[in-house]
Design a protein around this ligand. Structure first.
Ligand code: SAM
Ligand code: SF4
Length: 335
């Protein structure tokens, strides 16, 4: 270990300074690409991290170099103790952000402002109310749109996550880009990814290349400006000249960004995953509850991280559904 390396530096020199914490496995939507049709077996409440445990485990990561924490789920705003969790985490002096489906944002807007959770990723896969109901199995489109505007009116930095699926919303790509003309949002088109129970197959996915060529049917190459990639980027970003917002593409399948990966995930039941696509997990919560140090476990997990997508190097490996059966469903990982 060199002076600047910590237990969060892996064998490829990647420093993991970004922790994503899932607060619970439950959700008030049923997005078909995320939640299996038969639901998931929920962990018993006693197996989920309490607010104090979330804080203590997060603090260990912060002491070792984490400076960004994103709260996710399930739907993070469903946690009854959400205000207590953000209040505690805000004491760590790190950048705090959240990914949400937006439904409960109005109830929590004051807490989000008070504890400076200013960067919000809001998931919205369609601009058509009836299609929203068909993909989420709930009739909450207006609520989500109202809360998107509420966040903007309160000067939150909003990214809109759009999971693209062929024949469902690929015909709305241009409409989402047009939304950035007058709204200061970053739309992020996400390639549909395989997880247990979501019936992924490659033919349903809209690739980075297809997204860009669809945008090109409406805007000229002079109008489409490529923005500089951020450090540790997951999204390759573009802007239409003169538009207030921008758009980006998260191409985890066709053009992964593993080389610059700085992310580690903590599930609601206290397990870490060193990669979204990894089937293996390391249980921190049990060790923590037994009064043991979790540093070695964290280090081991980081050292076991593979160079690319949990070791799935080729497209054939990635396309094989069996490789993903043993992973969790996305709803229990947290995105
Ligand atoms: N409930 C919150 C929400 O929907 O924003 C947070 C949790 S959700 C699991 C986090 C993100 O994962 C969302 O933006 C969602 O669209 C994305 N996601 C879920 N399943 C996915 C899949 N199969 N492929 C790509 N993204 C997915
Ligand atoms: Fe719930 Fe988010 Fe998954 Fe949709 S994507 S089912 S809102 S956790």
């Amino acid at each position: 270990m060199t002076a600047s390396n910590t237990i969060l530096t892996d064998g490829f020199g990647r420093k993991h300074n970004y922790l994503r914490i899932s607060l619970l496995e439950k959700c008030n939507l049923r997005c078909t690409y995320c939640m299996p049709a038969d639901g998931i077996a929920l962990s018993p409440k006693a197996s989920l991290m309490t607010a104090d445990e979330i804080f203590a485990i997060a603090e260990t990561f912060v002491k070792n170099g984490v400076d960004k924490i994103r709260l996710t789920g399930g739907e993070p705003l469903l946690r009854k103790d959400f205000p207590e969790i953000v209040s505690k985490l805000s004491e760590l002096g790190i950048s705090l952000s959240m990914t949400t489906n937006g439904i409960l944002v109005d109830r929590h807007i004051d807490v989000l402002k008070q504890f400076k959770v200013k960067k919000i990723n809001l998931s919205l896969d369609t601009l058509v109310a009836s299609k929203f109901t068909s993909i989420t199995l709930r009739n909450k489109f207006e609520k989500v749109i109202d809360n998107l505007h509420l966040l903007l009116n309160h000067d939150f930095q909003v990214k809109v996550n759009v999971v693209l699926m062929k024949g469902f919303n690929d015909n709305e790509i241009v409409d989402f880009v047009k939304l950035t003309q007058f709204l200061p949002i970053s739309v992020r088109f996400i390639e549909f990814m395989p997880f247990a129970g979501n019936e992924w197959d490659r033919s349903k996915m809209v690739s980075q290349q297809e997204i860009l060529s669809l945008v090109g049917t409406q805007f000229s190459s002079e109008e489409i400006l490529k923005l500089e990639d951020e450090k540790n980027f997951t999204s390759r970003n573009y802007k239409i000249k003169g538009f207030q917002g921008d758009f980006g593409i998260i191409s985890s399948i066709t053009n992964p960004f593993c080389d610059s990966c700085n992310r580690i995930r903590l599930t609601a039941d206290g397990k870490i995953k060193n990669c979204l696509f990894s089937n293996s997990e390391t249980d921190l919560l049990t060790a923590f509850r037994n009064g043991e140090s979790i540093n070695n476990l964290i280090s081991e997990s980081i050292q076991n991280k593979k160079k690319v997508r949990a070791g799935m190097v080729t497209m054939d490996e990635m396309d094989d559904p069996k490789k993903h059966f043993d992973n969790r469903s996305m709803i229990a990982i947290g995105g």
